[in-house]
Design a protein around this ligand. Structure first.
Ligand code: SAM
Length: 230
């Protein structure tokens, strides 16, 4: 089992209930929508997950490409957005074959922690080639090295308290602890990056990066980077 399998459930255990999932995706979509540069923009969301609020992003752009590696999640996305004129749902392999220099905005949020450093490097090269020269790559939810798990748990409880699902968040955390999450964390691992290290990694991959003042989503212990190809 790897992280893609872990996320390949119809409803991942990572969301404590439907309300959590919907508020989570709505918060992310609202933040991504603010980053869309123009109504004519072509946008790609890599590792989009269930993306239940993609309509909020697509309302402000010309095309939204949702890329999801987990086959069951991808199938359910394809059903949800079937026939939508501006949304397409594709696999990671199909993303690698998209036309070069065709995208204005690429977002990869809460995915880098599940990739090895080498996998992330390969994606940085791919995204650089897919972006237009004045495009923007947004790398969100980068987990810093220290106290990542307690900070994430606390942040989830606060998010639950603010959105009316505190006890579901509490019991959801228990459920996550007895799921495969901890075993995978030990065997496959999670990638953590300090701010300086990530800025350096992005520079080496040919971007001019800066850390955003706001992390996409609710967990402000984590970091979002804005990176333009140079
Ligand atoms: C926490 S979810 C993030 C979903 C969404 N972007 C969000 O912020 O809610 C992690 C995503 O990473 C994807 N993922 C995990 N490992 C991956 C890999 N090796 N290659 C591509 N995607 C991967 C999973 O399929 C899942 O959709």
């Amino acid at each position: 089992m790897d992280w893609i399998d872990f996320y390949d459930f119809k409803h991942s255990v990572i969301y404590v209930n439907a309300r959590h999932r919907d508020v989570h995706y709505r918060t992310i979509a609202q933040d991504i929508a603010k980053l869309v540069p123009s109504p004519t923009a072509h946008v790609l969301d890599y590792g989009c997950g269930e993306a239940t609020s993609a309509n909020l992003v697509v309302a402000g752009c010309a095309q939204l490409i949702l890329v999801e590696a987990a086959p069951n999640v991808r199938a359910s996305l394809a059903m949800r957005y079937a026939g939508h004129p501006k949304i397409s749902v594709i696999s990671a392999e199909q993303a690698a074959a998209l036309p070069k220099a065709s995208l204005d905005l690429i977002v990869m949020h809460s995915v880098a922690q599940y990739l090895s450093a080498a996998e992330l490097d390969r994606l940085l090269v791919l995204f650089h080639s897919l972006l237009k020269p004045d495009g923007l790559f947004v790398l969100g939810d980068i987990v810093p090295p220290h106290f990542a798990a307690p900070a994430a748990a606390l942040s989830l409880l606060r998010f639950g308290a603010a959105n009316g699902f505190f006890w579901a968040a509490f019991f959801g955390l228990m459920r996550i602890f007895v799921s495969d999450y901890l075993r995978l964390k030990k065997t496959v691992g999670l990638s953590h990056y300090a701010e300086v290290g990530m800025l350096e990694k992005l520079r080496r991959a040919g971007y001019a990066p800066e850390r955003s003042g706001h992390n996409i989503g609710h967990n402000q212990q984590r970091m979002t980077f804005l990176a333009r190809p140079v």
